[in-house]
Design a protein around this ligand. Structure first.
Ligand SMILES: CC(C)(COP(=O)(O)OP(=O)(O)OC[C@H]1O[C@@H](n2cnc3c(N)ncnc32)[C@H](O)[C@@H]1OP(=O)(O)O)[C@@H](O)C(=O)NCCC(=O)NCCS
Length: 163
């Protein structure tokens, strides 16, 4: 699987419009045209493209500006609907965890909808543990959904692996 750094490109807008309820696209459109944010060391993203260059998978980490949370980065991953279930989500997530580890982050943090079994499985395989659950946190199509919060402590993981 060829995972490459993502640089802002409006041709990828369709991908962001395809996934979820435009949450990603709103975020994408609001910040990436700004050259300064694209240069940020705290934010990095990688993608997988098909043979035609179409974006099929995207993942990122983002550090916090708050100096008290400088050791923490959040993760996000999304796969195009027609490319799901082929292991791309797992491979991209694993890749981003390693890049965040190299960047020196100590804690990774992510959230997903409680009914998102694929996402839960990916984080479980990567060693994340559940930190908490926010009940009826978001409303989607008239239904309230729980959000699960998971974390991975990278130093502890490395320590465990070395033992
Ligand atoms: C969640 C998401 C990233 C998963 O990506 P994916 O490429 O389809 O996942 P993978 O093919 O790597 O599968 C990961 C694991 O989940 C399992 N899985 C996949 N689809 C599943 C489903 N619908 N139900 C249950 N398990 C599923 C796979 O079997 C695999 O488990 P395994 O490693 O034990 O075999 C993708 O579905 C997606 O982009 N969803 C919309 C955006 C989103 O929810 N992002 C996460 C919140 S930020």
């Amino acid at each position: 699987m060829n995972i490459i750094p993502w640089t802002f490109d409006w041709r990828d807008a369709q991908f962001f419009q395809q996934i979820s309820d435009n949450t990603y696209f709103t975020w994408f459109a609001s910040r990436k045209p700004h050259p300064e944010s694209a240069k940020s060391e705290k934010w990095r993203a990688w993608v997988v493209r098909d043979d035609d260059g179409r974006l099929v998978g995207w993942a990122h980490y983002e550090g916090f500006d708050n100096p008290r949370k400088a050791h923490v980065a959040s993760l996000g991953v999304a796969i195009a609907p027609d490319a799901r279930g082929k292991g791309i989500g797992y491979e991209l997530s694993r890749y981003v965890v390693e890049r965040a580890r190299e960047a020196g982050y100590l804690k990774l943090w992510a959230t997903y909808h409680a009914d998102n079994a694929a996402m839960a499985r990916i984080y479980e395989r990567l060693g994340f543990h559940i930190e908490g659950r926010f009940e009826d946190e978001e409303k989607w199509g008239g239904q309230y959904k729980d959000i699960v919060s998971v974390a991975l402590f990278l130093e502890r993981t490395m320590h465990c692996e070395g033992e």
